[in-house]
Design a protein around this ligand. Sequence first.
Ligand SMILES: [Cu+2]
Length: 68
Amino acid sequence: METTIITIGGMTCMGCVGSVKRVLDGFAGVTQAEVTLQPAQATVTFDPAKANLQGIKNAISDAGYDVA
Ligand SMILES: [Cu+2]
């Protein structure tokens, strides 16, 4: 497993946090996701054999949020 912190732009409320968490929880290969507003970031644990960081970032960005 690999754990990484992704800084996310555009989250303004707990609804946004919930949306991002839903995206991450539903992403194949992600085993754990913690999303916070302050600081605006996600701590994601995933299986590198099943998911890659760029794909996870793309999913967040497809949901309407900004990732570095
Ligand atoms: Cu919101």
